[in-house]
Design a protein around this ligand. Structure first.
Ligand code: ADP
Length: 401
C-alpha cells in the first residue's frame, strides 16, 4: 500500500497528513506551530483517536518535519514502521506562475522555477520551498511532487486574466490575474459534478471557497474560466483580514494624503481589513456572527458587506458562463455558516437559485444539497479536501516513474 506524505509549509507553521493512496484514507495528521519562535507546539492525531499536543520548540522546517516523522514512527501512536514506507511526498506550493498548469515531479529545475516565483508570492513560496528542501534532506531520494494553488486557474482566457493596465505590465512584469485556492475549487467542482451524475464538461459551476482567505471561481466545462483572487490573494471577496476589491486609487490616497508608508498600507489591506476591520471585533466569522446576534451594528454591517460581495460575484459569474447549474460552498465559513449561505443567496430566486432554509441549517457542515425543491440551480455544501488532491496527484505522478 502506497503511503503519501502531504506537506503544507507556511511561514511559522507546517501541516501534514499521511494518506494511504489506494484507499484514499488519511492515517494520521498533524500541525507544527510557532516554528522558529518560543512556545512551539505539535498537534498530532491518528485517525479515529484524540488529538495529542506536545510542547516543544522547533527551530526550522527541517526540525518540524523530523518531529512529524518521529510521531508517525512512534511504536505506540505512529502509523508506519520505517520512513521508507513513505513512497512519495506531495507539497502544496502556492504560486506556480504561468509555467505550471498541473502538478509536477520536483527536480532542480522545478525548484528553480518555484524560487523564481517567490517574487510573485513572497509570503508563501519561500516557505513552501523550505518544506521541500527539508524533505530532500530528511528523505533523500524519495520523490517530491509540487501541487500548485494557481494551476487550476491557468486555463483562464486572457480577457479574464489581463488587467486593463499598459500591456507591458503583463509582458515585462507578469502582472495578471493568477487566482489561488485552485486545488480546492477543482476538488469541490468535481465532487459536485459526481453528485449530479453529469460529466463536468457539461456543467457551469460556481465554487465558493470561504475560509480565512476566500475566493470564488466560475468553473465552465471543467475549467476555471474566472476567479476572484488576482495577482495576489488580496483581490475579490471580503476575507478575515483582507479587504478584497477596492478602488485602486485608495492606497495612493493613503500614501499622498494620509502620509502612510507602503508597508503600513500593506498591513492595513492584508491584516487589518475585512471582517476584522469592519467589525472591529474579530476576523473569525463565529465571533462576528455572535456579536451581530447580540445587536452589534458594526458586526451586522460586516456580515452584510461580506454576503453582498459574494452575491455580486454570483451575478458576475452567472453572466460570464451564460447560466449556472450548481453553487458549491466550501471551507470553514462555506461549510459551517448557514447564515452566510442564506444571506448570500437572498434575492437570487430570479436566477433560479432557491435555498431551502431548513435543510441549510440541518445539513450545516456536511456534504449535502440544500436547494429548495424546484430550484433550477443545485446548491451544495461540500467539505474541501486539498490534501487528498495533493496525495492523488503525487501518487499518479510517482506511479509512472
Ligand atoms: P483557513 O483559510 O485558515 O484554512 P478555514 O477554512 O478553516 O480557514 O476557515 C476559517 C473560518 O471558518 C473562520 O472565519 C471561522 O470562524 C469559520 N468557521 C468555522 N466554523 C464556523 C461556524 N460553525 N460558523 C461560522 N463560521 C465558522
Amino acid at each position: 500500500m502506497a503511503k503519501i506524505l502531504v506537506i503544507n509549509a507556511g511561514s511559522s507553521s507546517l501541516k501534514y497528513q499521511l494518506i494511504e493512496a489506494e484507499k484514499e484514507e488519511c492515517l494520521a495528521k498533524g500541525l507544527v506551530e510557532r516554528i522558529g519562535l518560543k512556545g512551539g507546539l505539535h498537534h498530532y492525531t491518528r485517525t479515529g483517536e484524540d488529538k495529542l499536543t506536545i510542547k516543544k520548540d522547533v527551530g526550522d522546517h527541517t526540525q518540524a518535519i523530523e518531529l512529524a516523522l518521529e510521531m508517525l514512527l512512534d511504536p505506540e501512536k505512529g502509523v508506519i514502521k520505517s520512513k521508507e514506507d513513505i513512497v512519495a511526498i506531495g507539497h502544496r506550493v502556492v504560486h506556480g506562475g504561468e509555467r505550471f498548469s498541473e502538478s509536477v515531479l520536483i527536480d532542480n529545475e522545478v525548484m528553480e522555477a518555484i524560487r523564481e516565483n517567490c517574487r510573485l508570492a513572497p509570503l508563501h513560496n519561500p516557505h513552501n520551498l523550505k518544506g521541500i528542501e527539508a524533505c530532500v534532506k530528511i528523505f533523500g531520494k524519495t520523490p517530491n511532487v509540487a501541487v500548485f494553488d494557481t494551476a487550476f486557474h491557468q486555463k483562464m482566457p486572457p480577457h479574464a486574466y489581463l488587467y486593463a493596465l499598459p500591456i507591458s505590465m503583463y509582458k515585462e512584469h507578469s502582472i495578471r490575474r493568477y487566482g489561488f485556492h485552485g486545488t480546492s475549487h477543482f476538488f469541490v467542482a468535481h465532487q459536485a459534478a459526481k453528485a449530479l451524475g453529469k460529466p463536468i464538461d457539461e456543467l457551469k459551476i460556481i465554487t465558493l471557497h470561504l475560509g480565512n482567505g476566500a475566493s470564488m471561481s466560475a468553473v465552465k466545462g471543467g475549467y476555471s474560466i474566472d476567479t476572484s483572487m488576482g495577482f495576489t490573494p488580496l483581490e475579490g471577496l471580503v476575507m478575515g483580514t483582507r479587504c478584497g476589491d477596492i478602488d485602486p486609487a485608495i492606497p495612493i490616497f493613503m500614501m499622498e494624503r494620509l502620509g502612510m508608508e507602503h508597508t503600513e498600507i500593506n498591513t492595513i489591506l492584508n491584516k487589518k481589513s475585512g471582517l476584522l476591520g469592519l467589525s472591529g471585533i474579530s476576523n473569525d466569522m463565529r465571533e462576528v456572527e455572535e456579536a451581530a446576534e447580540k445587536g452589534d451594528e458594526n458586526a451586522k454591517m460586516a456580515l452584510k458587506i461580506y454576503a453582498y460581495r459574494i452575491k455580486k460575484y454570483i451575478g458576475e459569474y452567472t453572466a460570464v458562463m451564460g447560466g449556472v447549474d450548481a453553487l458549491v460552498f466550501t471551507a470553514g465559513i462555506g461549510e459551517n455558516s448557514a447564515l452566510i449561505r442564506k444571506m448570500s443567496l437572498e434575492g437570487l430566486e430570479f436566477l433560479g437559485i432557491k435555498i431551502d432554509e431548513k435543510k441549510n441549517v440541518e445539513e450545516n457542515g456536511k456534504f449535502a444539497r440544500v436547494e429548495k425543491k424546484g430550484s433550477k440551480v443545485a446548491i451544495f455544501i461540500i467539505p474541501t479536501n486539498e490534501e487528498l488532491v495533493i496525495a492523488r496527484d503525487t501518487y499518479n505522478i510517482c506511479k509512472v516513474i
